[in-house]
Design a protein around this ligand. Sequence first.
Ligand code: LAC
Ligand code: ZN
Length: 475
Amino acid sequence: MDKPATPGPAPSLNRVTADDLTALRDLVGPEALFTDPDRLARYSVDETGERPALADAVVQPPDTAAVSAVLRHAWQRRLAVTPRGAGTGLSGGALPVSGGLVLSVERLNHVLEIDHENQVVRTETGVRTADLQRRVEAEGLYYPPDPASRESCLLAGNLAEDSAGPHSCKYGTTRRYVVGLEVVLADGTVLALGGRLRKDVAGYNLIQTLVGSEGTLAVMTQATLRLIALPPRRMALAVPFSSIERAAEAVCRLFAEGHEPSACEIMDATALETVGRRHPLPSPIDGAGAALFLEVDGDDAETVERSMLELGASLEPLQSAEPLVALDAADQERLWQIRRAIGEAVRERSPYKEADTVAPRSELARLVRTAHEVAERHGLVAACYGHAGDGNLHVNLLREDLSDEEWQRRRDDAERELFTAVVAMGGSLTGEHGIGWSQRQFMPLRFTPPALDLQRRLKVAFDPRGILNPGKVLP
Ligand code: LAC
Ligand code: ZN
């Protein structure tokens, strides 16, 4: 491949021409390339609600060879390529901010092999996360990462953002499960990395550099994922509190006392009230100042029940009323439906800006207090909820009826103040949604200039022409 001799800043990219479209159609087939305005519009947005630019074309390659052919062409012609899963992202990672090609992996949707001896699944990355989970669960195995969007998101997006959900509290985020990747580099080179290994320390860890790289370093086409045994028993608990500070205190206490819940989710009064408009809330948490949803899992009913009782006892002095216990799967699913619906309920209520804050768990009470203080200082309402066990709080600043100008000013000031405080308490800019397009201006709050420069050089090493997902992650 014709690589430039010395890597440097990405030269400017070219617009997609009619000749490019003809060449791409020849490479991938006419049924895999689209330029109709409808589809361009749909593939130029994500769940942030932003649309800074419109794609020139959408390509849906059917296999790795076609992905490679598209990238080889884009590389030679210096065209922007924005990789895309299902567009459920919350940081603008899939927005084609420089126009160019949107490369959707949705047709790469085959689960290739479930290997019981090595407890791994090998799959294409365009598979829906929940479909993959159901496939392995039918064979008694478990792939834990469970973003709220799991019924609609694709594994590819989860890999790109290192996504997570309630169960990362006990089981970790997407990256913990990735042991192998097939990726296509910016110039079209296909690489197979890792394999079905439990251990492997040969060379630099390219796999873990690529996971979470938000489509800026390579396009991931296949993954080999480690699986664990499906825990057969679960119990869930919804616990009301008088305030979110109280709930945050309770979280720290239960981990300090050695409990190991499989999920530990927090919701403030505004989040509860907002989701309550769509889903009737069960009595102990309806109208509460805050709530925790907790889950314990294990091998048998007795052990799980004992863990739940012990956990409940440690919360008792802090809770505001008796918790709701969900013993059977249907009751548990009702609780999780409420929890998963919060994001959408917030979106339905008002335009919003989300800060995906994360801090050491010991700082959780300070984090929730700071979020509300900052919002109030700027005359904004905040709906806060998230993965308390991971110290990961989604702070949603609501626009409600503010004018464009007022909203933008207050939102930007509040966000900067919040992230400054979060970094000062040892936290970070995002726990699971990514930097993408929406948070990149805050990167200098988190990284020193040498640390940012090293990341720029890493990007140049993978993609010296800067064609992959331009405008993302780095400020
Ligand atoms: C959630 C998504 C927004 O936790 O991450 O519901
Ligand atoms: Zn979340």
